[in-house]
Design a protein around this ligand. Sequence first.
Ligand code: MN
Length: 219
Amino acid sequence: MNASPASSDGAITLHRNDLPDGLTFNGSVAVDTETMGLKPHRDRLCLVQLSAGDGTAHLVQIIPPSLGGKGYDCPNLKKVLADPAITKIMHFARFDVAILQHALGITVTPTVCTKIAARLVRTFTDRHGLAALCRDMLGVELSKQQQTSDWGAKDLKPEQLAYAASDVLYLHALWAKMDALLEREGRRELAQACFDFLPARARLDILGYEDPDIFSHRA
Ligand code: MN
């Protein structure tokens, strides 16, 4: 049923409901998600994007039963995301780890996060968004035009797919730059400790401990 992709233009392949059998990732995979909004308890997971860092992206559309899909029943996708032998490269992993944990019931691990890394080493700026980092560090211009579009639609538009893919296509290159900076600044071990904490941070967020944060001095 999942054997043939819904669409593919060579660089971007859209799969409905799950990854196909036999599609594997070696060592690392870039991951991002698109949702109906920013509240995991309220907003459903619509799309999970993956890239091996080779210029191609696999997009998995999570289609709810109300639209004739299999909902969160996606064993192949869950296996990749929870595989301890595959490092997940993300930007603002805190959100994606939380929504994937909440929606799919999996612990996404191990992970690295380019936003945490940027905060640890690029202390000369407060611009740590993916678009700013891709521009500054890779010379790549990302369009954020489709960011707030309707990801719950049954048929996603080509410009939505292109946008969604662009959020994972450059993460390997960005992480390589960040990793070198973490090494240069002697913050790799601290970054690793932060990454290791992400599943617990996600659990805290899901439980409602994000505001005020448990680390906050505020009462
Ligand atoms: Mn995204």
